[in-house]
Design a protein around this ligand. Structure first.
Ligand code: ADP
Ligand code: ASP
Ligand code: MG
Length: 405
């Protein structure tokens, strides 16, 4: 069997944990499997490197940031390989470019274009355990790129897809995907299975247990993922195609604090205004999420929308000139907001789900600023200060009384 295993930062945070991971890897190797391992930087290394960069130059180019951040994974692959050597097994560590990760040139959030797997295959043929640096690749100019925060998950799934692996295991510091972040919600429980679509929504809406691009890739290439803990030996959560999974109305609650709300008040209520605003944002490469337009009143209307929290200022800058030209009353943004979402394929065929969510928030005195829905999710925008409490009350509204829906 060919097995791809990925270990996150906390799983390799110190020497003891590196040896623990080496034990998990060699156990599978001993059984006669080919094993390719993807590792992240140790503990908070990536955050620490970002801080170091800020001390030198807060406006450092994205190219140099990637050069710096890729170093975190270089440390962990070498240390893990050394631990495996010490246990007496053949092993080789490879940086992203050595492992054949070709990406585009979007530094900081590069996309994998292709993996040339010859080197990995050659090392496996020599019966070596192959340790690959996650989160990084190389672009056509021969420069180092990184895939965006949490990108090692994507590296692992991409290798599993390129090599037609039989198993792709994502080891982390929780023993699976829960109905909410178990660190935030005591009563959250572990799901045995979740569909790609549901996991994709949860990941995109803030559940950082899996990177959303990794789920997208897994779905595209039909790679079944197993999310499990490197600290315990209990079975994890399977992320897979919908089969005859138990139909749960709601699979989980997610929180995203990486959001800012931009408010444009008192613009003319005439055709073409929305186009003028959102085409400027698109030109500035700013992704817009929830959009709300008020009903026209006295020939004016308001438009409110959300962007990533670090894009609030840029979004305002991109539309300021237009807003002034058409005589808008005000233009501002607010980063003290959070998006709380519920996700579940079952809600498509059930009425009353939104009402139950809104009731829980209302009872807790939490005001809803914006709402957005799709077939399998409902998101609300609220004050950031209420975010944790909102996750807890919404989770309890759906999960504390089993089968109540
Ligand atoms: P790794 O370093 O292994 O990649 P991450 O920190 O990226 O780990 O992701 C694991 C964390 O995701 C957990 O520690 C947990 O706090 C958080 N998390 C958020 N939502 C969920 C969820 N629904 N289920 C499990 N974990 C979650
Ligand atoms: N080390 C990178 C990060 O912290 C990649 C990862 O952990 O997946 O984002
Ligand atoms: Mg992660």
């Amino acid at each position: 069997m060919l097995i791809v295993q990925k270990f996150g930062g906390s799983s390799v945070a110190n020497a003891e944990r590196v040896f623990n991971v080496a034990g998990i890897i060699t156990e599978k190797y001993k059984e006669g499997n080919d094993v390719v391992v993807v590792v992240s930087a140790q503990g908070d290394t990536t955050d620490d490197l970002i801080e170091k960069a800020k001390e030198i130059n807060p406006k450092a180019s994205r190219r140099e940031m990637d050069m710096l951040l890729a170093a975190g994974e270089q440390i962990s692959i070498a240390l893990l390989a050394m631990a495996i050597e010490k246990l007496g097994y053949p092993v080789v560590s490879l940086l992203g470019w050595q492992a054949g990760f070709n990406t585009n040139s979007t530094y900081g959030s590069a996309r994998i274009k292709r993996i040339d797997t010859e080197r990995i295959k050659a090392e496996l043929d020599k019966k070596k355990i192959v340790i690959v640096a996650g989160f990084q690749g190389i672009n056509r100019f021969g420069d180092i790129t990184t895939l965006g925060r949490g990108g090692s998950d994507t590296s692992a799934v991409a290798i599993a897809a390129a090599m037609h692996a039989d198993l792709c295991q994502i080891y982390t510091d929780v023993d699976g995907v829960y109905t909410a972040d178990p660190r935030l919600v005591k009563n959250a429980f572990k799901l045995d299975e979740i569909t790609y679509d549901e996991m994709l929504e949860l990941a995109t809406l803030g559940a950082q247990v899996l990177n959303n691009r990794s789920v997208e890739l897994a779905k595209k290439y039909n790679i079944e993922l197993e999310v499990l803990s490197s600290f315990t030996k209990v079975p994890g959560t399977k992320v897979k195609e919908a089969t005859k999974m138990e139909k749960m109305l709601i699979k989980g609650v997610a929180k995203d604090t990486n959001v800012a709300r931009v408010m444009l008040v008192g613009i003319p209520d005439v055709p073409g205004v929305a186009f003028q605003i959102f085409s400027r944002l698109a030109k500035a490469h700013i992704n817009v999420d929830i959009i709300l337009q008020s009903v026209g009143r006295d020939n004016t209307k308001d438009i409110t929308f959300t962007v990533a929290s670090d894009k609030g200022e840029e979004a305002v800058a991109a539309i300021r000139e237009y807003a002034e030209k058409v005589g808008a009353k005000s233009l501002s943004y607010d980063s003290n907001v959070a998006k709380i979402s519920i996700v579940g394929a079952g809600m498509e065929t059930h009425e009353g789900v939104a009402a139950r969510m809104f009731e829980a928030l209302g009872d807790a005195g939490i005001n809803i600023q914006m709402i957005s829905t799709s077939e399998i999710k409902i998101s609300v925008l609220i004050d950031a200060a209420d975010a944790d409490r909102a996750v807890q009350v919404v989770h309890s509204a759906f999960f504390d009384i089993p089968n109540s829906f």
